[in-house]
Design a protein around this ligand. Structure first.
Ligand SMILES: [Zn+2]
Ligand SMILES: [Zn+2]
Length: 203
């Protein structure tokens, strides 16, 4: 599988390194905290980060983003709706509770965008509900779901910009993906879509 993961921070956020095995080019997905551990894994795997991508702009997913972008001089990519959220008073307040300063965004992502890294490709699927600019990243048989979908559960919708109706529609889009798709959530263990369709009450 073309990724490595590590759990970081007080909320045990999954940070993923998605990479091409030959070129070692890599995306750093949701560097939530503990920059030193993330940088150490990047070095151990001899990876070459090309960008930091956020599944959404909650502080537990971006606490080490500035450290990674500065270390490798790479941009930060986030959906435009969550970029707006993290600049808003509500977003800044939430970040401050975690001691996180919102990092500067480079490219703003939109539904249907493609992200290429070392010959691999991830498609951006806008999945509002947990936050207005939550995204799924789909490619290479993997689905990075952020806090939209967990094993046996879904993300909360009571934070600023959250919406239960939107989350329901976003889950509908997940249902249509190939059943063998590996689910890589923002917290907790991995799963397979087929299994979630069987026993996740929200799907
Ligand atoms: Zn979240
Ligand atoms: Zn989270």
């Amino acid at each position: 599988m073309p990724y490595r993961s590590l759990e970081v921070g007080d909320l045990a956020t999954n940070c993923y390194l998605f990479f091409a095995a030959d070129s070692r080019q890599c995306l750093v997905i949701d560097p939530g905290a503990e920059a030193e551990r993330i940088l150490a894994l990047i070095a151990d795997e001899r990876l070459l980060p090309q960008a930091v991508v956020l599944t959404h702009a909650h502080p537990d997913h971006m606490g080490a983003a500035a450290a990674v972008t500065q270390r490798f001089r790479v941009p930060l990519w986030v959906h435009e709706a969550d970029e707006k959220l993290m600049r808003s008073p509500a977003g800044r307040g939430l970040a401050a509770m975690f001691g996180v300063t919102p990092p500067a965004a480079g490219r703003l992502l939109a539904d249907g965008d493609s992200i290429a890294v070392g010959g691999l490709e991830l498609k951006v699927v806008h999945s509002p509900g947990h936050s207005p600019g939550s995204i799924l990243l789909h490619g290479a048989g993997l689905l990075f779901t952020g806090d939209t979908l967990f094993r046996g559960d879904v993300g909360r919708t009571d934070l600023p910009g959250g919406s239960e109706d939107e989350l329901r529609r976003s889950l509908e889009r997940i249902r249509e993906l190939p059943p063998a798709t590996v689910i890589l959530p923002g917290h907790g263990p991995a799963s397979v879509l087929e299994q979630e369709l069987l026993d996740n009450p929200y799907l």
